[in-house]
Design a protein around this ligand. Structure first.
Ligand code: ZN
Ligand code: ZN
Length: 332
């Protein structure tokens, strides 16, 4: 199929992504495969996810779908050209924060307005703070993971209506971190209630901080890697919650967090490890100055107060080789 201009149009929705929009275009034009539409509009990629990560020339899409090129670009996750950061809605994210392999969705959100929300593509967004339920990622009829090949936002490839899927409730006390993510992105009318120095962090830094504090606060003994998320007992949004608690009343909440980090385990070696990994993370050359100057002085202050002697030794070793302005690279 080759079309220069699609017969039927759909209007992009705020918070929507290029893959989601392409699926709605396919559905509206009665084309069974969204990839066919994407190809006919000039995407050189074989999947919608790859097109979302681009880049490619959006002019044919703009002409074919009758949507301004800037609007289409704002629906992509294309590299911004600064480091390895990617475009995300009005802001940016680190690539490791995105998870595009499979679709996730909130059935109630789909019922209210059938479009794919970009925020669902974030690795840590595994619940909906608006409807207080876990997102679904599997079809309850055919048991398969939700995919991007269906020419329908609301239905699985097997035909099952995702809006009717049963959902698992999530207690509201696990949703503060997620609610903050939604608020900072300006979604669903949620209010950004941050105060103090944490309020100055941009979205990318805030997300990275909450994730890493949540990661180490959960007892993790390795550096964070997306692949490790599924190997642990916590749901991804629960890391955000731990991170949120550490950040909500900075610096008091962070001091309590650090104390808990030292107490959590009875094995001194691990206590030291989590503090050292946190220190390594925040002093890594790719961290922003905003993050470093927020966290680093507090860590140092904590160390100077004296914690476990072995923790102190490891932390001292890390902090002394990787000061705030140091370009020393990570690694043991
Ligand atoms: Zn929802
Ligand atoms: Zn299905």
């Amino acid at each position: 199929m080759s079309v220069s201009r699609l017969p039927l149009r759909v209007a992009p929705i705020k918070g929507e992504t290029l893959p989601g929009f392409t699926i709605r275009l396919a559905e509206r034009n009665g084309v069974s495969s969204p990839q066919t539409i994407a190809k006919s509009l000039g995407s050189p990629y074989s999947t919608l996810q790859a097109a979302a990560l681009g880049p490619f020339d959006l002019q044919p899409v703009s002409d074919g779908a009758d949507v301004p090129i800037e609007t289409l670009a704002s629906m992509t996750y294309w590299p911004t050209g600064h480091g390895n950061e990617l475009r995300f809605l009005e802001t940016t994210v680190d690539p490791e924060m995105l998870s595009l392999k499979h679709r996730k969705a909130c059935p109630s959100c789909l019922s209210e307005k059938p479009f794919h929300r970009a925020v669902w593509d974030l690795q840590l967004v595994t619940a909906c703070p608006v409807h207080q339920v876990r997102l679904i990622s599997t079809c309850q009829e055919c048991g398969r993971r939700l995919r991007w090949q269906s020419a329908s936002i609301t239905n699985c490839l097997c035909g099952a209506d995702l809006r009717r899927a049963s959902t698992e409730p999530v207690p509201s006390l696990e949703l503060d971190g997620l609610s903050l993510i939604y608020a900072v992105l300006g979604l669903n009318g949620l209010e950004d209630k941050r105060t103090g120095p944490v309020a100055d962090l941009d979205f990318k830094d805030l997300l990275a901080l909450m994730l890493h504090l949540g990661w180490f606060g959960s007892g993790a003994r390795k550096r964070f890697a997306p692949v490790l998320l599924s190997r642990r007992d916590l749901a991804p949004h629960q890391y955000l919650q731990i991170g949120f608690m550490a950040c909500q009343d900075w610096p008091t909440s962070f001091s309590h967090y650090l104390e808990a980090l030292c107490e959590r385990s009875t094995a001194p070696y691990w206590r030291a490890t989590r503090l050292r990994l946190l220190a390594e993370w925040v002093t890594a050359p790719e961290r922003s100055e905003a993050l470093r100057s927020l966290v680093f002085p507090r860590l140092r202050e904590f160390m100077n107060r004296g914690c476990d002697p072995r923790a102190e030794y490891h932390l001292h070793r890390t902090l002394s080789v990787a000061g705030p302005q140091s370009s020393h690279s990570r690694g043991d």
